[in-house]
Design a protein around this ligand. Structure first.
Ligand code: GRG
Length: 308
């Protein structure tokens, strides 16, 4: 099976479960629930839940055991996209090949849909049923990981730094400014993007009750593929096929600080490849099943060479 087929198969289980998660939130305002389902609807690659399931399987279980946790992670990711697309942030009209949530439901409702996706991700994660091998303390550890990686010490600070970096590219770029830009960028990428991808593999590991040493090794792998993911994303924003991407590509319009804008597309490609390669030794050192480890390595390679 190719990695594309693997992702498609694993994503199908997540696609089927996500609307059920929202329906389980009985008593939710119907229009709000509709906005939540709209934003979650198929079109996303579901890479984070797929990574979570593969990391869990390294320690012996089946990805289906932790499907609610995988859905919770996708809900947090989707909230971040909804808010990122808002006029106050990146101001994008297109996401996952469809008009963005604020274009369809209005700005206030889109903000609320994002708020509810974030909050109820924890409802789904903490209140779902798991097989006995996934103990309550493992679920609690996964919730702690998700909160830490998504919150003020993680993704939200990455987004804040990204917004604060607006205007950095104004004026002449000399060597010193380029160096400062690269330092700033690595902070932004680490938190804005890599933290949630790190959360995916860390959550898989802690849900399986993996030893600390292996959780750390997977977190290191997750960080590097997360960094690679964002460099690839910045390149695609410049040279990618907008139809395949399902989004309009706003970095140039917003004069965003990216590896592509700072180093050019060729150097950015080298950077992405180096990050992908740097990720692999940590994965190789994890003591677990070989087949899911090979799946994770294939997912790393996919992240580097993806076209959407
Ligand atoms: C708290 C108001 C408020 C906003 C927070 C945290 C945040 C907004 C935004 C996160 C930043 C963000 C969107 C980072 C980009 C990460 C990225 C490249 C996302 C695209 O991920 P894909 O390609 O998307 O996996 P699909 O659609 O396939 O799921």
């Amino acid at each position: 099976m190719s990695v594309e087929q693997y992702i498609k198969k694993r994503a199908a289980a997540v696609n089927a479960a996500l609307p059920r998660c929202i329906r389980s939130l009985r008593g939710a305002d119907p229009r709000l629930a509709q906005a939540m389902v709209y934003t979650l609807a198929a079109g996303g690659k579901r890479l984070r839940p797929v990574l979570l399931g593969a990391a869990y399987e390294v320690f012996g279980g089946k990805a289906a055991d932790v499907l609610p946790a995988a859905c919770a992670l996708e809900m947090v990711h989707t909230y971040s996209l909804v808010h990122d697309d808002l006029p106050a942030m990146d101001d994008d009209d297109l996401r996952r090949g469809r008009p963005t949530a604020h274009k369809v439901f209005g700005e206030a409702e889109a903000i609320l849909a994002g708020d509810a996706l974030l909050t109820d991700a924890f409802t789904i994660l903490l209140s779902s049923r798991y097989p006995r091998r996934v103990t309550p303390s493992c679920v609690l550890a996964a919730a702690r990981t998700l909160a830490a990686r998504a919150g003020a010490r993680g993704m939200v600070s990455g987004q804040a730094a990204d917004l604060e970096a607006e205007g950095f590219l104004r004026g002449k770029i000399n060597a010193a400014k380029r160096r400062r830009g690269l330092k700033l960028l690595s902070y932004i990428h680490l938190h804005k993007t890599a933290d949630l991808i790190t959360a995916a593999v860390e959550m898989g590991a802690v849900l399986a009750g993996a030893p600390e040493r292996d959780v750390k090794a997977l977190a290191s792998f997750g960080r590097d593929i997360g960094l690679c993911f964002q460099v690839a994303d910045d390149i695609l924003d410049v040279v990618g096929d907008k139809k395949k991407l399902g989004k309009s590509g706003s970095d140039a319009r917003n004069r965003k600080l990216t590896y592509a804008s700072l180093l050019g597309v060729g150097e950015a490609r080298n950077k992405a490849e180096a990050l992908m390669r740097r990720a692999l030794p940590a994965l190789a050192g994890v003591r677990g099943k070989a087949a899911p480890k090979a799946d994770l390595a294939a997912l790393a390679e996919f992240i580097y060479r993806r076209d959407n």
